[in-house]
Design a protein around this ligand. Structure first.
Ligand SMILES: [Mg+2]
Length: 90
């Protein structure tokens, strides 16, 4: 299994901070494009899966770059709990 954090740290070192911040936007727009195509009726679940992976790799780099792993994990837990409560009410 590849060490995701290790690879992501190397990517930031190699390509630089600014480049990787631009890249996360590029990858998010690629995912957005595939989701739009799917909405219009195209069967592209493989493309969607690929773009989700790209975005996840970039999100990991953003967590490293902004040093927010712990904070992000706490927000995730908080927001999942909140969503769960909202869904119980419905
Ligand atoms: Mg991509």
């Amino acid at each position: 299994m590849v060490d995701m954090m290790e690879v992501c740290k190397k990517a930031i070192e190699n390509y630089g901070v600014e480049s990787q911040i631009m890249m996360v936007m590029e990858e998010m727009s690629e995912l957005q494009k595939e989701l739009c195509k799917n909405y219009r009726g195209k069967e592209n679940s493989t493309c969607i899966a690929e773009e989700i992976a790209d975005v996840e790799i970039m999100l990991e780099q953003m967590k490293i770059l902004f040093d927010v792993h712990e904070q992000s994990k706490k927000f995730l837990e908080f927001k999942l709990q909140r969503l769960m409560k909202r869904l119980e009410v419905v």
